[in-house]
Design a protein around this ligand. Structure first.
Ligand code: B3K
Ligand code: ZN
Length: 884
């Protein structure tokens, strides 16, 4: 496998103005005819003088049946064919290529290119899947106008879809029919899509800001037609939001979403024809949790927003992936914040980023938001490109302010509509709109790793001044030993002894500039001094998590409790609680490691009691504050993670909290469960909040071993009207010692939901994630369950992913059995679906975090995978870089 470098980028030699595709779909093969109207790229034609460069088309796993250049059939002597390319020599600068190939979607288990999910045909082309459909210039800077005709058996595939608008359709003899679609917008091949199947649809409409009507359709398999309303509502909200917040209007007459069961990721933004993992479309109270409802809303918005940030303006090359992904994740996060609770959305995103992206930044696959090399691009659809990329956009938004940021995005879209551009082009638009110089800021795109920001304070009582000194550094990452200082926007406030925000006046300023403000830390070490402070204040730093850094400040536990109560920034109130919990848990971990009796600092109990007793606090915030830092997060912040001590300490703290806070937990639980009984399920923020508190309360209460809680849990399991309450009750039982009730509940649940694959995914997951002993054996048995399939990515994620990613004590068993198991799975998946194989590998790549014995076991499994035979580029890249 070979490494591709950003520095080697060359504009394409040829362009494709028009692409005319014909698909004949059959059960044992598909025929694809492509007519490409091509010409020499004028940008590169300067020195041509009659000789043209060869035309090198991408193509993989294609059986070439016929090839013609300007209507003249070519013979094998006229071209060169390899496993990945078709090369021929054009004689004139403008020409037409006609090719016919045979492909096999019916046996495509990699789920890339054209494949079958159940009985339906569908496509996934991003990043480089189109080359598995036909010979093409499969790169995002080649943009073309597509027309697509597809034909298939009418009774099996009554619905035939592609991008754009339907031009014509008709019957053929022999029970076949066809449809022709035309997409008026130029697009790169990665945005191509095709669907054929027996699908039903829910239809609605949206009137755009310039009063154009748009037809909206969500296509699903007939049994799911009752689970589309939430996605449709989310789509309409997204369309409205993008008009209001970004001034972006939809551009075709129709927008379609299709749900498929076998899909490598969440969803795909193909022009006018989004294809979704059914887990990101289907949602109704009885079968989908609140989290699933919010995920559907977020993913529908994300893919819709790509119509501008991704499709109308796309990426020049795949190194620029964050141009569309970071921006679009930032857009969807702001949308979700506006639709639900802004603070809770931020808390969830930050907890996710710090646990998972920070771990990626600290591991062997660490790379910048704009990578400078890759072996397999599919490996770079990462938390760094997506989530850290979104943080980079958020920092630009913070530095410019909402209004100027909007000017910058308007300029970006106006300047680059219809183009394939770079991250630099985006930043340039932001600079031009704001007048700011973002040269140093751009290091966020080029330097990998999570910056550390150590803050110290100094109060001068005589001068009434208070200084904060910031020291930034960034650990070495593969290929980058030295890092230059970042621009770190630090939003902060200073609290007085009553917890009120003080006016903020820096030395040299005439007047205070508000009570919360953003300082730009740009140097390795930098001090800011505030004036006019009659007493030493308490700082509230990095409000709203204004930069993706690891900030440290020597707070003591009393100060953290004070911030938890008083900080005017909701995010930082939560953050103070998390830091308090981390300190307390780390103390318990130490006690556990030294073999001492565990003793919980009662200040944590007191802090959570006051949160629980505060009826005025948003219930979702109460639930977030009650959630202790996860084992995965405690692992990430450890020098060397002691899996067993982390688990023991955290479980001890949970059980102690359950005993000490039983009464207020029970009171909140009962009140909320009663409200759930009274009001039928609604998917909106207030209800989400109520159920989140109810459910975390239940999970604590169960640890108190009181019979009334078991009764309540069983009542909730049996009598609730929604999956959020039912699944929590099930999970609580699965993690309890009540073996009989647990088995009964699992059986009843499976019996009731056996025909709903997405619900059964949850059933697999709660069992895979259970920390009770014997986890691996349970997972092995579940793999034998008739509803499990290693070919279905959702099932693999639900069972294997949940086990290796969430069930840390079982996965990291000292005997190495968890590692061996995962390596075996990766080896089988490598042959079936390389993208999924490579994703499932992630837990093994984190070997540096563990003790020497585990390190050796994990590395041995990586070596075994490396030696296991023919590896996909996906798996090869991750394994070899992990061992480097
Ligand atoms: N753009 C797609 C991701 C495609 C991943 C290909 N391996 C989904 C999204 O980010 O919207
Ligand atoms: Zn995206």
């Amino acid at each position: 496998p070979k490494t591709i470098y950003l520095k080697d980028y060359q504009a394409p030699d040829y362009l494709i103005d028009e692409t005319h595709l014909t698909f004949e779909l059959f059960e044992d093969h598909t025929l694809v005819h492509a007519q490409l109207v091509m010409r020499r790229n004028p940008e590169k034609a300067a020195g041509d003088k009659g000789t043209l460069p060869p035309l090198v088309l991408d193509g993989q796993q294609l059986e070439l049946l016929a090839l013609a250049l300007d209507d003249v059939a070519l013979t094998p002597a006229d071209y060169q064919l390899s496993a990945s390319h078709l090369t021929l020599q054009p004689k004139v600068a403008s020409f037409v290529i006609d090719s016919s190939v045979r492909i096999h979607p019916e046996s495509n288990t990699a789920l890339e290119g054209l494949y079958k999910s159940g009985s339906m045909f569908c496509t996934q082309c991003e990043a480089e899947g189109f080359r598995k459909i036909t010979y093409y210039l499969d790169r995002p800077d080649v943009m073309s106008k597509f027309t697509t005709t597809l034909s298939g058996e009418q009774h099996k595939y009554p619905v035939l879809l592609s991008n754009g608008n339907l031009l014509a359709s008709g019957q053929e003899e022999g029970g076949r029919h066809w449809a022709t679609w035309e997409d008026p917008f130029k697009k790169p091949a990665y945005l191509f899509a095709l669907v054929a199947g027996d699908l039903w649809c829910v239809e609605d409409s949206f009137t755009t800001m310039s009063q154009r009507p748009v037809t909206l359709r969500i296509y699903v398999e007939p049994e799911n037609i009752d689970k589309c309303q939430h996605a449709m509502d989310s789509l309409k909200k997204s369309m409205k939001w993008d008009e209001e917040v970004y001034g972006r209007e939809y551009d075709l007459d129709i927008f379609m979403i299709v749900a498929v069961n076998d899909f490598n990721m969440g969803a795909m933004e193909n022009k006018g024809l989004n294809i979704f993992n059914s887990s990101c479309v289907l949602a109704k109270a009885e079968t989908a949790t609140d989290a699933a409802h919010q995920r559907v809303e977020g993913v529908v918005a994300h893919e819709y927003f790509h119509n501008w940030s991704g499709n109308r303006v796309t990426c020049r090359d795949w190194f620029q992936l964050s141009l569309k992904e970071g921006f679009t994740v930032f857009r969807d996060a702001e949308f979700s914040a506006d639709m639900n609770s802004r603070t809770v959305k931020r808390i969830e995103d930050v907890a996710f980023l710090r646990t998972n992206q920070f771990a990626e930044d600290a591991g062997p696959m660490a790379h910048p938001v704009r990578p400078d090399s890759f072996i397999e691009i599919s490996n770079f659809y990462t938390l760094t490109v997506y989530e850290k990329g979104a943080e980079v956009l958020r920092m630009i938004h913070t530095l410019l302010g909402a209004e100027t940021f909007r000017k910058g995005s308007d300029l970006y879209f106006a300047r680059h509509d219809g183009q394939a551009v770079t991250c630099d082009d985006f930043v340039k638009a932001m600079e031009d709109a704001s007048g700011l110089d973002l040269t140093q800021f751009k290091r966020w795109y080029t330097q990998a790793g999570t910056p550390r920001l150590a803050v110290s304070e100094q109060y001068d009582a005589a001068a009434n001044t208070y200084s904060l000194t910031f020291r930034q550094s960034c650990p070495a990452t593969p290929g980058q030993s030295e890092k230059l200082p970042f621009v770190i926007p630090v939003e902060l406030g200073l609290l007085d002894g009553q917890g009120a925000d003080l006016p903020l006046r820096l030395v040299g300023e005439d007047t205070a500039q508000g009570t919360t403000r953003v300082l730009s830390v740009t140097k390795a070490e930098q001090t800011f001094t505030f004036e006019g402070l009659a007493a030493k204040p308490l700082p509230s730093l990095l409000r709203g998590f204004s930069a993706p850094v690891k900030l440290s400040f020597p707070y003591d536990r009393d100060q953290l409790m004070f911030l938890m109560q008083h900080d005017s920034d909701g995010f930082n109130r939560w953050e103070a609680g998390q830091q308090l919990a981390v300190q307390v848990l780390q103390e318990l971990i130490g006690q556990q490691q030294r073999g001492e009796a565990l003793l919980l600092d009662q200040r944590l109990v007191a802090a959570l009691r006051s949160v629980l007793e505060d009826e005025a606090l948003d219930q979702a915030m109460v639930a977030e504050m009650l959630s202790l830092p996860s084992e995965a997060y405690l692992t990430e912040i450890s020098e060397e993670a002691d899996v067993d001590a982390i688990h023991a300490a955290r479980e001890f703290a949970r059980a102690e909290l359950a005993q000490a806070l039983f009464d207020p937990l029970w009171k909140r639980y009962q009140a909320n469960r009663e409200a759930s009984r009274q009001q039928p399920y609604v998917a909106e923020a207030g209800h989400f909040a109520r159920r989140s508190l109810q459910n975390i309360a239940l999970s604590y209460l169960m640890l108190a071993h009181r019979s009334e809680v078991l009764v309540a849990c069983l009542e909730q399991f049996d009598a609730c009207d929604n999956m959020t309450e039912r699944l929590t009750a099930l999970a609580v039982l699965v993690n309890s010692a009540h073996a009989e009730e647990r088995d009964k509940a699992l059986t009843a649940f499976a019996e009731h939901f056996k025909d709903n694959p997405l619900v059964m995914d949850q059933w697999f997951s709660v069992q895979a994630a259970s920390a009770l002993p014997g986890g691996l054996e349970r997972v092995r048995q579940l793999m034998e369950h008739p509803l499990f399939s290693i070919k279905n990515p959702n099932k693999v994620r639900a069972l294997i992913g949940a086990f290796a990613g969430q069930n840390l004590v079982n996965f990291h068993q000292m005997d190495g059995s968890g590692y061996r198991f995962l390596a075996d799975i990766v080896i089988s998946l490598n042959a079936l679906n390389p993208q999924i194989a490579s994703r499932q590998l992630a837990p093994l790549t984190r070997w540096r975090k563990y003790d020497a014995a585990r390190q050796a076991l994990m590395k041995a499994e990586l070596e075994r995978i490396l030696a296991s035979g023919e590896l996909s580029s996906d798996v090869y890249e991750v394994v070899s870089k992990s061992l480097a």
